[in-house]
Write a protein that binds this ligand. Structure first.
Ligand SMILES: Nc1ncnc2c1ncn2[C@@H]1O[C@H](CCC(=O)c2cccc(C(=O)O)c2)[C@@H](O)[C@H]1O
Ligand SMILES: [Zn+2]
Length: 352
């Protein structure tokens, strides 16, 4: 990335970000449920412990550590009970992405969590595909899916996830990649190798979370055993210069989600976030939002945070947006279209 560390005029940069065409590569389906959607679902399912009042919800979304975050996350997962809930959530998430000028998003979905709660697999796939097509037609935002294994749920979850991702009768058209999420402590990555082998053999890209809450060895495991082509978070890579050089040389992107790392207490403060270490090492850095309403953020805010931490002006921010396009699983034509749109927007913005 070009060096644009001039004194940033932050207000202008914020306005620039708001209109900038973007790609979002790391955002969770259930983790994107806005307070309005959570309230609507909580009102539909009053036996849930999730508060339906938006103010109480902000309190509820304050986490003491990563394990607490996952507990709360699963209570929201419990609100998604019918194919209509799935469709509503997916469509509303696309509306929110479109509002932020997101042209393309890879949404991480955990289908195991829904099928184990009794939603029929066929109905689940139809619901997300129906929402994807409606969102593209109505908002112009292209959605693609990453199906992830909830690692802590074990090999049964891995087997079910790979089955849903590779069975020709179920596999949705929008599916492009295979992932692994949830806690890392006590959930070694190498055990999932056979499932990633099968997903990759079926033509899916590999994008596991790694190095979010454990050290750089987890990132190596994701690269070596799980064939990772991008890394979810990869925060602890900063501790291993050899790993940083490897990521930079292979153009393996990190999906950096700064506010998430503070909210889950994976990193202590934003000023201690290693995003600048990644950029300085030549790693392909992409900026993402993870579970935006749960972390009180959105993608535009994550770009503003990154601009501040990296000292970027408008051109530097546009380069970040182009990193995400480059690292995406869009076809070459799609990448060229969004990149050209970013260039045209930036040129018009900076024109005297
Ligand atoms: N920052 C994050 N970092 C990592 N993951 C994140 C993050 N944000 C959201 N997730 C999501 O949380 C899920 C975790 C779900 C999980 O652990 C679990 C365990 C046991 C049973 C069940 C069940 O459903 O019955 C689920 C992951 O699959 C992932 O998609
Ligand atoms: Zn994530």
């Amino acid at each position: 990335m070009t060096d644009h560390r001039t004194e940033p005029a932050l207000r202008d940069v914020h306005a620039f970000i708001a209109g900038l065409p973007k790609a979002e590569l790391h955002v969770h389906h259930v983790g994107s449920a806005s307070p309005r959607i959570v309230s609507e679902l909580a009102a539909r399912h009053p036996d849930s412990k999730v508060p339906s009042d938006p103010e109480a919800l902000a309190d509820y979304f304050t986490f003491t550590d990563f394990a607490h975050f996952i507990d709360v996350y699963l209570s929201v997962v419990d609100l998604i009970r019918t194919p209509e809930d799935v469709r509503l959530l997916t469509y509303e998430v696309a509306r929110e992405l479109a509002r932020q000028q997101v042209r393309y998003a890879e949404l991480t979905i955990t289908p195991f969590s829904s099928t184990r709660r009794g939603i029929d697999a066929r109905a689940f796939m139809d619901a997300i595909e129906d929402a994807r097509k409606a969102a593209e037609a109505e908002f112009g935002t292209v959605l693609r899916w990453c199906f992830d294994i909830p690692g802590e749920a074990g090999l049964e979850a891995a087997e079910e996830t790979v089955r849903l991702a590779t069975d020709d009768r179920l596999r949705p058209e929008g599916l492009v990649s295979f992932g692994l999420g949830g806690p890392e402590i006590g959930v070694p990555r190498p055990q999932f190798k056979p499932y990633f082998d099968r997903a990759v053999a079926a033509g899916l890209h590999s994008v596991p979370h790694a190095g979010e809450t454990t050290g750089p060895q987890t990132v190596w495991d994701a690269l070596v055993d799980l064939h990772a082509e991008r890394i979810g978070h990869g925060t602890s890579s900063a501790q291993d210069p050899r790993l940083l050089a490897h990521l930079a040389e292979r153009r393996i992107a990190l999906e950096v989600c700064p506010t998430s790392n503070i909210a889950t207490r994976a990193v202590r403060t934003l000023d201690e976030h290693p995003i600048k270490t990644f950029v300085d090492a030549g790693v392909l850095v992409t900026v993402n939002s993870d579970d935006p309403p749960m972390f009180g953020t959105d993608l535009n805010n994550e770009y503003a945070v990154a601009a501040r931490l990296l000292g970027l002006d408008e051109r530097g921010v546009a380069d970040l947006a182009k990193n995400a396009v480059e690292a995406s699983f869009l076809d070459l034509g799609g990448k060229a279209r969004i990149s050209a749109e970013i260039d045209a927007y930036t040129k018009a913005w900076l024109a005297p």
